[in-house]
Design a binder for this molecule. Structure first.
Ligand SMILES: Nc1nc2c([nH]c(=O)n2[C@@H]2O[C@H](COP(=O)(O)OP(=O)(O)OP(=O)(O)O)[C@@H](O)[C@H]2O)c(=O)[nH]1
Length: 129
């Protein structure tokens, strides 16, 4: 399973995370916004679509920087999670799918309950920004 996700980084260096809503797998955990590409989409196109659907923001593919990936067993599937950094978008993120949004610094990011694939990504992100 391929998933694309974005670390949206604000001017003050904080990162946006969203909380998975009740009823979904891994409900209650925090994650980077994103999702699965649809057939025919590039990873960047998929991420632009997901950020519009999940947060109501407009992002240009040129403003997505491929940054890190994780490879992790997830139940009976295997997840490849591609993380992009994004510092430029239009609109104010709203929780259209998630139960909650939060802008966090790295200390908070390390304390949040996130899926196992996200742990190595946080460490990689800390070195990149
Ligand atoms: N968007 C996102 N997904 C993540 C992250 N970490 C992680 O393990 N995932 C997993 O990647 C998958 C993303 O799928 P999705 O967002 O398109 O759809 P979904 O929640 O309905 O997935 P589901 O079919 O597993 O319930 C989920 O299984 C989710 O748990 C992350 O940081 N961001």
């Amino acid at each position: 399973m391929w998933v694309v996700a974005a670390a949206l980084i604000a001017a003050d260096g904080r990162v946006l995370v969203q909380r998975r809503p009740p009823g979904k797998s891994l409900a209650g955990l925090w994650e980077f916004p994103g999702g699965k590409p649809e057939i025919g989409e590039s990873p960047e196109q998929a991420l632009v679509r997901e950020l519009d659907e999940e947060l109501g923001i407009a992002v240009e593919t040129r403003d997505l920087t491929a940054s890190a990936f994780a490879s992790e067993a997830l139940g009976h599937r295997h997840l490849i999670l591609l993380l992009y950094i994004c510092r430029i978008w239009e609109g104010a993120p709203r929780a259209l799918h998630a139960s909650e949004l939060r802008w966090v610094d790295f200390a908070e990011l390390n304390r949040l309950d996130m899926p196992p694939a996200d742990r190595p990504l946080i460490a990689a992100l800390a070195k990149l920004i």
